[in-house]
Design a protein around this ligand. Sequence first.
Ligand SMILES: [Zn+2]
Length: 118
Amino acid sequence: MKIKISDNVLLIAGKDRGKSGKVIRVDQKRKKIAVEKLNLITKHIKKTKTSKGDKVRYETFFDVSNAMILCPHCSKPARVEYKTEGKTKSRICKLCKESVDQKFDSSAIKSKKTKKQS
Ligand SMILES: [Zn+2]
């Protein structure tokens, strides 16, 4: 599974199609992900003697095939391939060939901002 926690993804299917958000939970076994503020369901908590009951909204899992990684470099929904350099395996955007791994993002984006786009 190529999507990891804290990736930005674009939904390409389902009721939240076209929306994007940050991955907050990943279920590797079932190949499902949950995205911040998307695919929300409302759960009603029943009244009990000790609590007055409530509604909570939370993100449910959906199939990973409904989402595409949004590349932090070209800002497009990108197909991702793996690139192995020595012992490190990183995920590369097929469109711009830049790493989509969050670890490298902040430094990579900062250095890009100083350059003028051609
Ligand atoms: Zn890209």
